[in-house]
Design a protein. Structure first.
Length: 281
């Protein structure tokens, strides 16, 4: 009778998971913390992403470009740090090929970048909301109009007068004039211009000729303010998109570098270029 060969089944340890969420979360927290520190430092230098009211800064294209460049540098530094930590802290894969290990490390870095963006966005949104709520009029305030704060100075200039008027009448006049000034950025009809002149003359006591001259000046200034706001918004939007794209690359390469340091392929050093690890006898 043939003998049946029996083999003992030895359980094998499970392979490490493809995604290690612990290092990802740690790297994202580190990236968000560094990003918050740098953004706070930039705000102190006048490179804030949001301003509570229109100032000379809103008309400076060069300063908006500088703000965008600072945002890019912030993304590169913070995401590279977070990616490096995620790659360095991840469990080593012994059976994967070098290309596969680098891909997995890079994926860890991309996840760090995605999570850090969400955390930083929540922090920045909360900070900006607090600043704007303290600097801007309350939502229930009767002085708030649809065109403020973008055209608040232009509306003030339009109705500047020594005369005292009722607050309710002035509030409605400011709101109506603000909507007309916003519409004037596209096209202003003759009826709207004539009505704005009459409204200005009635609220300020100016003669029709002086009111017409003031309306013309305010219209030119409001169009220029709106053009500046649109141009600066496009610049900052482009810089933000560039910062997010470059930040993804920084997180990928940072995580890959952290993985190489973890596996001993490169010894971390303060010199450049980094040298390969050597095996001691």
């Amino acid at each position: 009778m043939p003998s049946v060969e029996t083999r003992a089944v030895v359980p094998t340890a499970g392979a490490p998971p493809y995604i290690h969420w612990g290092p990802v979360i740690a790297g994202a927290i580190a990236a968000a913390a560094l990003s918050f520190v740098l953004l706070t430092f930039g705000t102190a230098l006048g490179l804030a992403l949001a301003t509570p009211s229109p100032t000379w800064r809103d008309a400076s294209t060069a300063l908006w470009l500088l703000t965008g460049l600072f945002l890019i540098l912030t993304a590169l530094a913070s995401f590279a740090l977070g990616g490096y930590l995620a790659g360095r802290l991840r469990t080593r894969w012994s059976a994967a090929t070098p290309d596969e290990v680098e891909f997995r490390d890079g994926t860890q870095g991309l996840l760090v970048r995605a999570l850090a963006v969400l955390i930083t966005a929540l922090i920045v949104a909360g900070s900006a909301a607090g600043v704007l709520s303290r600097a801007a009029p309350a939502a229930a305030s009767p002085a708030t109009t649809s065109a403020e704060p973008l055209l608040s100075y232009e509306i003030d200039r339009l109705f500047r007068s020594e005369r005292r008027t009722a607050d309710g009448d002035m509030t409605s006049a400011r709101a109506e004039a603000g909507r007309i000034l916003l519409a004037a950025s596209r096209d202003l009809t003759a009826d709207d211009r004539a009505y704005l002149i009459r409204l200005t003359a009635a609220r300020t006591g100016l003669s029709p000729a002086d009111a017409e001259r003031r309306v013309g000046e305010v219209l030119d200034r409001s169009r220029q303010s709106i053009r500046n706001a649109r141009r600066n918004t496009v610049i900052l939007g482009f810089m933000t998109a560039a910062a997010l794209l470059l930040g993804a690359a920084a997180a990928w390469f940072g995580a890959a570098l952290g993985g190489r340091h973890r596996d001993g392929d490169i010894v971390p050093a303060w010199t450049w270029p980094p040298h390969r690890a050597t095996t001691l006898p």
